[in-house]
Structure formats: structure tokens, C-alpha cells
Design a protein around this ligand. Structure first.
Ligand code: SF4
Ligand code: SF4
Length: 332
């Protein structure tokens, strides 16, 4: 069995909430069948207080085996590096010291969500708590454990980034670890599992026809593509949100919200309102991954000149105002 220990640090608990929406009728049964044992989780386990402290001490003295240490939430190093903004209840010991010592014992260390991976929302603004990720400070390697950290498995911290992270990304990562089938080559350059990080949110977005013709939404609830005006970063965000739907049916873009690229380091401070696209001379700054600017400009002007009336009118409406024409489609 893969023994999983889950700790919550400086975050909102949203990744645990997300985990409970895992697409399964029997969450505990699925973990059990995959060979995963939840040693302890702050919301899902019955043990508390001295029982938990005893178990944590057991990990440190080697009598309790931890195969995957999952940390949710950022690590609070303040004030002045003491970590005393966040002391684990009943121990008098800062959480960052618990995490550092437990990480040294765990076979794998897994960052659950963008706070634990990069610092995330908790590290935004002036960052008064000096929050960081397990092995990154935004996109700078380092964080709490340091760039050189490798767990006993030889892997760096596995960054299951997302805000919140998708329950499927967590469950699939744990299942891969339980099956001994997650290696360095299965992680991208930022330590994210490639099974979801090799995708873009743009893949499978229901607004793709509008994107192709640069028929853009201009206000919330419009049906058009949200890249040009509404801040959508789906063409740059590494995630499979539109092919692995949330709660079996949704995604940000399907719900009418721009993708804010919550799986990427630094997403919390884009330097502009989340729902507005920053532009220079009318051209969005954040162009699709892999596309040279000149190509995009040429393609966009060509697309706009060829936009069908149906697509153009529907793009700025909250429902389909022009239906596709009914034509004979049989090939002659
Ligand atoms: S709304 Fe975003 S994800 Fe959807 S097609 Fe437009 S750019 Fe791509
Ligand atoms: S669509 Fe974008 S903002 Fe929404 S969960 Fe996916 S990566 Fe995060």
C-alpha cells in the first residue's frame, strides 16, 4: 500500500474540497483498490490532537512509513524566517519545520495545488507571511526545501499545481505512485505531471470556433472567445480542464469565466485585472504558446475578414441568435 500523509499549510483548504469532488461513487474504495492508504488527512481522518502528533513522531523516528507526503497550502516562513506565523497546534513547532523534517523521511513529496507548488495566492501582494512553495518561489527554484531537494525516491517535489487542483490530477498522481509508474520523465520542466501539464486549457474549449475566427466576447456571458478582451489565457495555460471536465461537466471557460492560468507560477499577480486582456497597439500581449507574433497578427486579420455572420453575431450574445443554416450535407 502507498501510505499517504496529507498536511494543510498556508492555504484555503480548497484543494481538499476539490478532492472530495473526485468523479467516483466510492472515494475511499477507489483509493483502497488502487493500493493507496490515507494515513491521515486533516478533514477526512478521525484522529486528532495527540494521536496525530504521535503518528508524526512515528514518521520521524522511522516506525511509521510515509510513501507520499502531500502538502496543501503554501509554506509560511515569516516572521524573519522563524515560521512562527504558522505553528502546528499542540506542538509549539512551526509547520515549516514539520514539513522539512517529514519531507526528509518521505519516499515522495507532493505539492497539492499552486500554493504548495509556487506560493500561489497566499504569496500575493506584499507577501507579509513570506509564503513560498515547497520547491519554488513563484517560478524561481528554491522555496522551502531548496532547488537541490530530492526525496528518497530521487524525484523533486511533484507539483500538482492548480487553484484549486483538479481532483483527477491528485488521484491519478497518487495512483501512478502506487503503481511505481511515475518517473522523472513523466514530469515537465516545472515538476508537474505531464499527463495533464502537456495539455492546454484551449484544447477542447467549446469556444474554439469563435477563437478560429477571432470572434470575441466583449462582456461577461457573451458566447465568443475570451482571449481578445476578457483575459483568457487558455492558449498558454498547461492543463486539461476542457478535456478532463470538472465535476464531470464543467470548466472555467464553459462556465463563462476566462482561464486565469492557475496552474502556472505567478498566476496570482498577472499585473492586470484577471478579466481584462492586456494589449499593446490593440494586440494581446499574451499570445498563444508556440505562435510567433507576426503569424498571429496575420492570422487574426485574415480570420476576422472571413468570419461568418452567424459566428460574429453569436460571439457578442448570451445565447445563439443565428443558428447554423440547414443544408444538404450529402457528398455528391
Ligand atoms: S475562451 Fe480561451 S480557451 Fe476558449 S477558445 Fe478562447 S482562448 Fe481558447
Ligand atoms: S481553466 Fe484555467 S483557471 Fe480554470 S482551473 Fe483550468 S487552468 Fe485553472
Amino acid at each position: 500500500m502507498l501510505n499517504v500523509l496529507w498536511l494543510q499549510s498556508g492555504g484555503c483548504g480548497g484543494c481538499s474540497m476539490s478532492l472530495l469532488c473526485a468523479d467516483t461513487t466510492d472515494f475511499h474504495g477507489q483509493l483502497r483498490d488502487a493500493g493507496i492508504k490515507l494515513l491521515w488527512h486533516p478533514s477526512l481522518s478521525l484522529e486528532s490532537g495527540s494521536e496525530v502528533i504521535e503518528m508524526l513522531n512515528g514518521v520521524l523516528d522511522g516506525s511509521v512509513r510515509v510513501d507520499a507526503l502531500c502538502v496543501e497550502g503554501s509554506l509560511l516562513r515569516g516572521p524573519n524566517g522563524s515560521g512562527r506565523f504558522h505553528v502546528m497546534a499542540g506542538t509549539g513547532i512551526p509547520m515549516i519545520h514539520w514539513v522539512t523534517r517529514l519531507a526528509a523521511k518521505a519516499h515522495h513529496v507532493v505539492a497539492i495545488g499552486s500554493c504548495a507548488a509556487w506560493g500561489g495566492i497566499t504569496a500575493g501582494g506584499d507577501n507579509p507571511t513570506d509564503a513560498c512553495g515547497l520547491q519554488y518561489d513563484d517560478d524561481r527554484p528554491g522555496g522551502l526545501l531548496g532547488a537541490a531537494f530530492r526525496s528518497a525516491s530521487g524525484l523533486p517535489v511533484i507539483n500538482v499545481a492548480g487553484c484549486p487542483t483538479h481532483p483527477g490530477w491528485v488521484v491519478d498522481t497518487l495512483m501512478a505512485l502506487a503503481a511505481y509508474s511515475l518517473a522523472q520523465a513523466d514530469l515537465d520542466t516545472l515538476g508537474r505531471p505531464r499527463f495533464y501539464a502537456d495539455q492546454l486549457v484551449h484544447h477542447g474549449c467549446t469556444r474554439n470556433e469563435y477563437y478560429e475566427f477571432k470572434a470575441s466576447a466583449e462582456k461577461p456571458s457573451d458566447l465568443g472567445c475570451m482571449m481578445e478582451h476578457m483575459g483568457c489565457k487558455g492558449t498558454q495555460a498547461h492543463a486539461d480542464c476542457n478535456t478532463r471536465l470538472w465535476n464531470g461537466e464543467g470548466s472555467c471557460t464553459r462556465g463563462g469565466y476566462a482561464c486565469i492560468s492557475c496552474t502556472e507560477p505567478g498566476f496570482q499577480e498577472p499585473g492586470h485585472p484577471f478579466h481584462q486582456t492586456p494589449k499593446i497597439a490593440g494586440i494581446p500581449i499574451g499570445l498563444p504558446t508556440d505562435m510567433p507574433k507576426a503569424w498571429f497578427v496575420a492570422l487574426a486579420s485574415l480570420s476576422k475578414s472571413a468570419t461568418p455572420r452567424r459566428v460574429k453575431l453569436n460571439a457578442t450574445a448570451d445565447h445563439v441568435v443565428v443558428a447554423p443554416a440547414a443544408r444538404k450535407t450529402r457528398l455528391k
